[in-house]
Design a protein around this ligand. Structure first.
Ligand code: FES
Ligand code: FES
Length: 912
């Protein structure tokens, strides 16, 4: 076969397979892993490269089409070791979070700017529109491109002096590899000789099965090295999040509980593993009746999915304070609300991927993950190994949002590499990722609230049923967390909030940015609007009256001791709110009645860290003999920024310039357990650990130098400590190594101060809470049922913004996901398993977002900081629903409010 010749980044190359798709030739044959694969189907744009200068999806272009032409990839953007102006603008604006979309974004923008150096904003949105980003809400990407186009100003990167990093807009310390194509995700670093692994999954919702004789398959496919089945699992064939729940098998042991469950795994060369069709493997299925939806799961006589869970009830949660029925009965006004939400897919652009190898009697697993230590321990128990026999090395993580808190490829590649003593790699296809990974819990909620005629809340009663799918995953966290948060961030004298998680034969519902709290927020915000209307009080002012304040008790009886600035968030929004309401009402007076505008407001609160349980982080910092200072952080950065912010707080704790700190992140052999990147805990919990590590190291140095607390430290092979006019030195060459070659070490640990909740859910479940309020302005086409979000203003209490640019980026991304939750995102098992049918917000869907940071330092936070990752998403959808109600008089009761649903609701209410 004649090789196809073309150039890549100016260098002549040839590839021998004309039908091979260009993205795979670039990545696998030419080693250019800067170009990413998000879908392999032309839907996400992650693979965008330039072909003779014009953007194309490299996953849709056969190599033959590149013959004689010039391909440019992200690796070709920098010249002479210098980033291009576009790359520099991305860096300065914080346009890359997880960075998995960034190469595609850069290439699409390069195409645009090549055609037109001065594009309009509309042209930017249009030309970039084929590339999806799940992290940024597109705001800073647009700003970066507009910067190069001269449409807006440059972003300022701050370079603060030693000890002043906290609060500074420092550009991502790990940002450059995301821009030049050198960042390694998932299986990007897999050895060339690695075997491939592909899981084959159930086509049925519930079934038993037997696997037949595999010998003919091996004979037909000599490149097939092993077919792994449940019998090959060397330890416990079950894993899970909680110590007492290991209900999800690595490979199904003769029965499956949902469509997409892993049944067996093919291991071998690429041609065999991907050449074998699922139907080629001898397997005899016996389908069983299956259970879909909460009604079916909880119906009397429903098939029982887990033997030890009668009625398909996974767990219940409860918070009760006061006599809620009496309080409701004596309220001057009451309101009721019921709503439903569907499955929501994380849709991180990077599918699950990783590789593993055996090293003597140890196993090394490189994987995209949010939780390296839990992966290590869970894989170990599945393989029957001791935890320290496994080294878990997180790759760069191309988005997680909770979906990479559960294991995916880890036990499979680990088992294969362990048994075969060969490196093994695996990357999920987009369809496989969506079919098998966890989702946001569908919910069915009813709630009632009461108030006095002057607008003071008296009582709140709530019940939520949550569909947890086939296995527990994070379901217990949802049933625990929801009742605690169900009242919303309001002071309610009497509350009764309950939850129930139910098993179904549907995708596993797990952790997704908010653990059920976003679903509950639909109810409390609808009720605030309803009670405001009944009492004749403005919706924002009604919330201001009832906002939880310092000294008040939450529904769990936790008296807030400090930093509860929801009222300040609402005050910051007030001028925007008044204008938005007035603008909408003025528009509606003059418009034709088909397009109607409205403005809504919504609030949220969120406990930072795990609910009523220990969730410590430990981080250490060391100085090597040559004076190099290293922060060893086990906190995974999936785009939310701890690789920068933890360095900032540790550097300030030590008193050193951030640029002088080297970071070792995530590797379980090199870092202590900093817990999971979840529950908005890393800034608060690991931030404290990093700060304390820096402070401990500083204390040790000052002790050795025998100087006062305000001394300045200069690092080198000899540390110089200046205290006033006196300079003391510490010669590092003479010190013995303490840990990983470092001769001076400081360690910090933090576990949030919480208490257990009693049977009525009373206690102190979190060390602190973040608060926020957002306004949304929308335009509804009442004939089509479509909603265009025009603007979001988001006021967020972050305690102290460790890095305002990164905090703003989190809010942008959260708002985008909240918009998706409100209007378009619904995962329908078996039907929307790709990024073509499952819609996430694109450039054109996103309105301008104005972020207002409310800083009211949290005394237990590192330099006052709290988390913001999940809080950013929660108020957006209810604010949009409030705006729709303001515009039309109809409040959606089913999320997402797709055009067909909204149109039907408008028709039913005779509002069209
Ligand atoms: S990987 Fe090519 S468009 Fe998604
Ligand atoms: S930065 Fe765009 S997908 Fe993560």
């Amino acid at each position: 076969m004649t090789a196809i010749g073309f150039t890549v980044n100016g260098k002549a190359v040839s590839v021998g397979k004309p039908l091979r798709r260009l993205v795979h030739a670039l990545r696998e044959d030419l080693g250019l892993t800067g170009t990413k694969v998000g879908c392999d189907a032309g839907d996400c744009g992650a693979c965008t490269v330039l072909l003779d200068g014009a953007q194309v999806c490299a996953c849709m272009v056969p190599v033959g089409q590149a013959a004689g032409r010039a391909v440019t990839t992200v690796e070709g953007l920098a010249a002479n070791g210098e980033l291009s102006a576009l790359q520099r603008a991305f860096h300065a604006h914080g346009a890359a979070q997880c960075g998995i979309c960034t190469p595609g974004m850069l290439m699409a923008a390069s195409d645009l700017l090549r055609q037109n150096a001065k594009p309009s904003m509309a042209q930017i949105l249009d030309t970039m529109g084929g590339v999806l980003c799940r992290c940024t809400g597109y705001q800073n990407i647009v700003a970066a491109v507009a910067d190069v186009a001269g449409l807006n100003g440059h972003a300022k990167i701050e370079t603060p002096p030693a000890g002043r990093a906290v609060g500074a807009r420092i550009a991502r310390l790990d940002g450059i590899p995301k821009l030049d194509g050198t960042e390694l995700y998932g299986d990007d670093s897999a050895p060339e000789d690695a075997l491939w692994l592909r899981a084959v999954r159930s086509p049925h919702w519930s079934a038993t099965f037997t696997i037949g004789d595999l010998a003919p398959l091996h004979k037909k496919w000599p490149g097939l090295v092993k077919v792994l089945t449940a019998k090959d699992v060397t330890g416990n064939n079950g894993f899970g999040i909680y110590p007492h729940v290991k209900d999800q098998p690595v490979l199904a042991p003769g029965e499956i509980k949902f469509r997409g469950e892993a049944v067996y795994a093919l291991v071998g060369d690429y041609a065999s593993v991907y050449g074998i069709r699922d139907e080629d493997v001898p397997i005899a299925w016996t389908p069983r009746p299956h259970v879909h939806g909460l009604d079916a799961a909880l119906a009397p006589g429903a098939p029982q999915i887990h033997k030890d869970k009668p009625g398909n009830v996974m767990a219940r949660g409860r918070v009760a304070k006061g006599d809620v029925d009496a309080a409701l009965a004596s309220s001057h006004v009451t309101a009721e609300f019921a709503c439903e939400t569907g499955f929501v897919e994380h849709a991180y652009i990077e599918p699950e991927a990783g590789w593993a190898r055996r090293v003597g009697d140890r196993l090394e697993i490189h994987v995209t993950t949010q939780t390296p230590y839990m992966d290590r321990d869970e894989t170990a128990q599945c393989l029957g190994l001791a935890p320290d026999q496994i080294r878990l090395v997180p790759s760069a993580c191309g988005g997680g949002f909770g979906g990479k808190l559960d294991m995916s490829v880890q036990p499979l590649i680990g088992l294969a590499a362990w048994l075969l003593d060969k490196p093994v790699r695996c990357v999920y296809t987009r369809i496989e990722s969506m079919a098998s990974s966890t989702k946001r819990h569908p919910a069915r909620i009813t709630a009632t609230a009461g108030a006095t005629r002057d607008g003071k809340l008296t009582a709140y009663k709530f019940h939520g049923d949550f569909n947890t799918g086939a296995y527990v995953s994070w379901g217990l966290t949802v049933t625990d967390r929801v009742p605690v948060h169900a009242t919303g961030p309001y002071h309610v004298p009497a509350a009764q909030c309950t939850s129930l998680g139910a098993f179904t034969n549907e995708p596993i519902a797990g952790a997704f940015r908010g653990f059920g709290v976003p679903q509950a927020s639909f109810a409390h915000e609808a009720l605030m609007d309803a009670l405001a209307a009944k009492t004749g009080i403005d919706p924002l002012e009604f919330r201001h009256i009832n906002a939880l304040r310092v000294g008040q008790a939450t529904a769990t009886g936790h008296v807030l001791e400090a930093s509860a600035p929801l009222a300040a968030c609402l005050e910051a929004l007030r001028p925007h709110w008044k204008k938005a309401r007035a603008d909408a009402e003025a528009f509606n007076k003059t418009a034709n009645g088909i397009k109607r505008r409205g403005a809504g407001v919504a609030c949220m609160w969120y406990g930072c860290g795990n609910t009523s349980m220990a969730n410590p982080s430990t981080i250490h910092m060391g100085v090597a003999r040559d004076g190099t200072v290293t922060l060893y952080s086990g906190a995974v950065d999936m785009g939310q920024g701890p690789n920068t912010t933890l360095v900032q707080v540790a550097a300030d704790g030590l008193g050193i310039d951030v640029s002088k700190v080297r970071l070792v992140a995530g590797d379980t052999d090199l870092t202590a357990d900093a817990g999971k990147s979840s529950a908005s805990r890393q800034a608060y919990v690991s931030g404290n650990a990093a700060m304390r590590a820096g402070q401990a190291l500083r204390k040790e140095i000052l002790r050795r130098a025998n100087v006062g607390e305000n001394a300045r430290i200069a690092f080198g092979p000899t540390i110089a400590v200046r205290d006033g006019d006196a300079v003391r030195t510490i010669d590092l060459a003479g010190l013995p190594p303490v840990r990983q070659g470092d001769v001076l070490v400081g360690e910090g640990t933090f576990d949030p101060p919480t208490t257990k909740l009693d049977a009525n859910g009373q206690g102190k479940p979190y060390g602190t809470y973040a608060f926020a309020a957002q306004t949304a302005e929308v335009e509804v086409d009442v004939e089509l049922g479509t909603v265009k979000v025009l603007r979001i203003v988001a006021a967020h209490d972050v305690g102290r913004a460790l890095n305002p640019q990164q905090v703003e980026g989190q809010v942008h991304g959260g708002v985008a996901q909240g918009l998706g939750l409100a209007l378009m995102e619904e995962y329908i098992p078996g039907r929307t398993e790709n990024l073509h049918d499952y819609l996430i917000p694109t450039f054109g869907d996103m309105p301008p977002i104005e972020v207002i940071l409310v800083e009211d330092p949290e005394p237990t936070g590192p330099y006052g900081a709290k988390g913001v990752g999940e809080p950013a998403l929660i108020p957006t959808a209810p604010a949009i629903f409030g705006a729709i109600e303001h515009a039309t008089g109809v409040r959606p009761t089913r999320a997402p409010a797709t055009p067909d649903r909204l149109r039907a609701a408008l028709l039913a209410a005779k509002r069209t």
